[in-house]
Design a protein around this ligand. Structure first.
Ligand code: AMP
Ligand code: GLY
Length: 424
């Protein structure tokens, strides 16, 4: 089979790395790909959100399965275009991707289908929004409705801070049109976990859970990022929690989306709060988490290709069960100095081959490029994802940092405390 992976980050490198191991794969192509993916097959210079060009390419090359990494490609309708020309695509339609693109849609959907999440209200008028705060208890959670690169959420301790957040989003349009509406919801106490399930429009199967670190610096301090590191499994996420989430959150979502005429195919990424009253949904994403995906791919023992194909073709009920390595995996994100505000790109990275010699370590490329001389250089914010398996989580962490230390890259930094909560 010829596989096309869409995207250019560490998540896509990890998916490509896993799929390339399948005996069913004859060729792995990525668009636009990165130097890591280039070691696994051809990279073509088509942007991940250029739906027209991607589907034309898939047709020309007679691709057997397209695997979409980033949400931008899904929001641009890549899956819809591929459906029109009959090419199987792992990833939801534009209409089903609303689960990530609109928080108001998702909250209303949860209300319609009795899915446990925080109480909320949607507003487009600041006066009514501020009045609503008077009926609730702090801390207040204020969210821009649309896609805001993970930055559209404010947790306000006081009415004054909450008022300011409402004004910034609705009046000052801090997040542009993503802030035409806001969601105000109750604060949920607890520990967070990311859970992933594969869906084929009719049914769903659980993958595994992971936890990531969103803040830039040690001790969970500093600005929010796309994620500075992750580990899987997530100790807070017990088998009982998984069963409860499948029954109360994932399956009602799959049935509800089908009933509402937007069947969901692809991976549902449930951001969960493990509260004293059980797991509740914080938000949905319609793609794999990055860097959570890297830890999952490192732990997955089965061939992933038949399962992704089954999800794309509505055939998951017949897919063979997936087998996971019981050993924990950890990913440390090595980011360019200045990330997340102004990452400094262009610096030279050396020593990856030596670093990859550390036992059970795989290094995924997230934001790199090769220059004309073949030197590897930083080309993004999150640049490398150093991923290790260990007999214990401590073991995995030790190996990942041993590999980090073997990389010669003065232009980068990483957190030194990935997985601290689970190690405590
Ligand atoms: P979101 O973009 O919706 O995932 O929100 C970003 C982050 O804000 C989450 O990862 C949580 O840490 C926090 N958060 C969002 N909603 C809530 C809530 N209702 N209660 C507590 N924390 C929340
Ligand atoms: N690591 C969180 C995300 O991919 O959204």
């Amino acid at each position: 089979m010829k596989i096309l992976v869409i995207g250019s980050g560490g998540r896509e490198h990890a998916l490509g790395w896993k799929l390339r191991q399948s005996p069913l794969v004859s060729e792995l192509i990525s668009a636009p790909g990165n130097p890591g993916l280039a070691e696994l097959g051809r990279c073509v210079p088509v942007k991940a959100d250029d739906a027209a060009e991607l589907s034309a390419f898939a047709m020309r090359e007679q691709i057997d399965l397209v695997v979409v990494g980033p949400e931008a490609a899904l929001a641009a309708g890549v899956a819809d275009r591929l459906a029109q020309i009959g090419i199987p695509c792992f990833g939801p339609s534009q209409a089903a991707a609303e689960l990530e693109a609109s928080k108001a849609f998702t909250k209303d959907f949860c209300a319609r289908h009795n899915i446990p999440t925080a109480d909320y209200k949607v507003f487009d008028d600041a006066i009514y929004a501020k009045a609503y705060l008077g009926e609730r208890e702090p801390p207040f959670v204020i969210k821009a409705d649309g896609l805001a690169a993970g930055k559209g959420v404010v947790i306000a301790e006081t009415r004054r801070e909450a008022d300011a957040a409402i004004d910034e989003i609705l009046f000052l349009r801090k997040f542009g049109t993503a802030g035409q509406r806001i969601v105000i919801e109750d604060f949920m106490p607890g520990e967070e976990a990311s859970f992933f399930a594969l869906c084929d429009g009719e049914t769903a199967i659980p993958l595994a859970a992971a936890q990531d670190h969103k803040r830039a610096y040690d001790g969970d301090k500093g600005p929010n990022t796309g994620g500075m590191g992750a580990y899987s499994p997530a100790p807070v996420f017990t088998d009982a929690a998984r069963d409860q989430v499948m029954e109360q959150i994932i399956m009602p979502t799959v049935r509800g989306m089908k009933a509402e005429g937007r069947p969901f195919k692809g991976v549902l990424f449930a951001g969960l709060m493990i509260t004293p009253n059980g797991p509740k949904l914080i938000e949905y994403n319609v793609r794999f988490g990055d860097p959570e995906c890297q830890t999952l791919m490192r732990r997955l023992k089965s061939d992933f290709l038949p399962t992704l194909l089954a999800a794309a073709q509505g055939d998951l009920a017949r897919a063979a069960p997936l087998e996971w390595d019981a050993r924990p995996a950890v990913t440390v994100v090595y980011a360019a100095n200045g990330y997340p505000d102004e990452p400094l790109t262009g610096s030279v990275i050396r020593g990856l081959e030596e670093a990859a010699q550390v036992k059970e370590v795989v290094i995924f490329h997230a934001g790199t490029k090769r220059d004309e001389e073949g030197l590897l250089r930083a080309a993004g914010g999150r640049v490398l994802n150093v991923t290790a398996l260990g007999d214990t989580l401590r073991d995995a962490v030790t190996r990942a940092y041993a590999a980090v230390n073997a990389i010669d890259w003065p232009g980068g930094f990483c957190r030194t405390d990935i997985a601290w909560r689970a190690l405590d």
